[in-house]
Design a protein around this ligand. Structure first.
Ligand code: SF4
Length: 483
């Protein structure tokens, strides 16, 4: 179970409606997404070349997933031989317990953390704060949100919903001595100065991981700000956390995935920093952590792995391109979803991390336009996944739990009584043709009684109304005219 609690359907709808009415939010989102879409397009001017690279990325991820248990074992052995301590966490609570134990063991009351969506998933900051341990975000966007008590709305650009004026006010209010300025360079300098002291004081540095290489035991970390490198090299102890699916087989597989990730995420050919961390500081080395840990989190990923039809979800490299191109996400913003991962990737991963019953509305928050699937750099068939999850939400767990399919947590619990009754009535009518014809005859003649308001359907569509003539009537009429 994820640390994040999914919001209810009604709340999602209310959030989305409020977001649509917020011109500031819409402006900042539309502007930022247009910018990212444009930058990505510039990086992939040749669609055939993109397709070729995508095929390579897809194959690398599929190959890794096809032997996930073996690769994880190989990775653990390699990391252990390099002096890295590997921890397995089945749930978010397990992962937080490991963090707490390590913090207590090192008498650490302060941790500095680089950007990590998995740490958001387990709500690390919140959990550590409850135990009296300060966990400071060092990615500038995440730091702004932490100061403001807010949550990320995008997996790559977490504070995309904030304007520079918002940031100016947040810094002025929360950082001692910060002047009120909306000069972007000055704001970055203020943030950096405030964070420098934290880096030097922290005993523990926390990071996420983009890829784990089983062959070499290397943890690959992609970033632009340099804070990831500081978190993983300045404090005495480095704790990395990531999902079990991030393993790849060989070091040479990093190159195509890196090219796809940076181009798809921020429209950069290469990021400012690419950290390849292979073990803690060795004798004779001048920097680096003296102790290194890796926490491998499951938290529902095994469920997605077990189900062949959902396994491709785990191919994701968290580039955010599907979100940038989604007409729903770009209009309602990331916070409306109430999940760690918003947008199309959130809609297909959250049912596994939380459960289908709690997140059943997410796969329906899509127009199924197919843009997400088209841009996904590792070829995840996102629209198909959305349809499969919609179907799983409607089918009883017992029906679907026959091998090779397993029931998803929460599957089938959402089937409403009204819907079940409607299908029973439909079956009854279809198996009694005379009764069916009689009903159609009445429906056609009494269609003026159709209520103009039909629940959620008429919020955005015209009311459903039986036709004044059935298809059967029309065909009979045509036959008569031909005679
Ligand atoms: S699903 Fe594809 S496009 Fe979306 S974040 Fe993952 S890799 Fe990127």
């Amino acid at each position: 179970m994820s640390g994040a609690t999914a919001i209810k359907l009604a709340d999602f709808q209310a959030n989305a409606r409020a977001a649509l009415k917020d011109p500031k939010l819409r402006d900042s989102f539309t502007g930022a997404m247009d910018f990212l879409i444009d930058r990505r397009a510039q990086q992939f001017p040749d669609l055939e070349a993109f397709e070729r690279l995508r095929k390579v990325g897809e194959a690398v991820r599929q190959q890794a997933l096809s032997k996930l248990p073996e690769l994880l074992e190989q990775l653990e052995n390699k990391l252990t031989s390099l002096g890295v301590q590997v921890h397995w966490a089945e749930t978010a609570a397990d992962a937080n317990r490991i963090f707490l134990d390590l913090a207590r063991r090192h008498d650490a009351s302060l941790m500095v953390k680089g950007k990590s969506m998995v740490s958001e998933e387990i709500e690390l900051n919140h959990e550590m704060a409850a135990q009296g341990i300060e966990c400071v975000e060092t990615d500038m966007g995440e730091y702004i949100l932490q100061l403001d008590g807010d949550r990320p709305s995008h997996i790559i650009m977490p504070a995309i919903h904030k304007t520079k004026q918002d940031v100016a006010e947040i810094f002025h209010e929360h950082i001692k001595g910060a002047p009120l300025t909306d000069d972007v360079n000055e704001l970055i300098a203020i943030g950096r100065r405030a964070l420098r002291d934290k880096f030097s004081a922290a005993r523990i540095g926390v990071s996420g991981v983009n890829f784990m290489v089983a062959e070499t035991g290397s943890l690959v970390l992609v970033e632009n700000e340099g804070n990831g490198r500081l978190c993983t090299s300045v404090p005495d102890v480095h704790i990395a956390i990531t999902g079990i699916e991030k393993v790849i087989e060989k070091l040479e597989h990093v190159a195509p995935l890196f090219a796809l990730l940076t181009r798809s995420a921020t429209g950069q050919a290469i990021t400012t920093y690419l950290n390849v961390i292979t073990g803690p500081r060795r004798d004779g080395e001048k920097d680096g952590p003296r102790e290194m840990h890796l926490i491998l989190l499951d938290n529902g990923r095994t469920q997605a792995y077990r189900e062949e039809r959902f396994r491709a979800t785990l191919q994701c490299i968290r580039c955010g391109a599907c979100m940038n191109h989604c007409p729903v996400y770009t209009r309602v913003g990331g916070l409306s979803y109430g999940t760690t991962y918003p947008g199309p990737i959130g809609a297909i991963i959250s049912p596994h991390l939380q459960n289908l019953k709690e997140t059943r509305h997410l796969p329906t928050a899509s127009s199924l336009c197919g843009a997400c699937g088209e841009v996904c750099p590792v070829g995840i068939p996102i629209p198909d996944m959305l349809m499969r999850l919609r179907e799983a939400g409607r089918h009883s767990a017992a029906q679907s739990a026959t091998p090779p399919q397993q029931a998803l947590r929460g599957q089938g619990e959402v089937r409403q009584l009204a819907e079940a009754l409607a299908w029973k009535a439909w079956r009854l009518l279809y198996s009694h043709p005379a009764l069916y014809r009689l009903l159609v005859w009445f429906a056609a003649r009494l269609n003026w009684l159709t209520p103009p308001w039909q629940g959620g359907w008429t919020q955005a569509r015209a009311p459903l109304k039986p036709a004044s003539k059935s298809l059967r009537d029309l065909l009979a009429e045509r036959r008569r005219q031909r005679k």
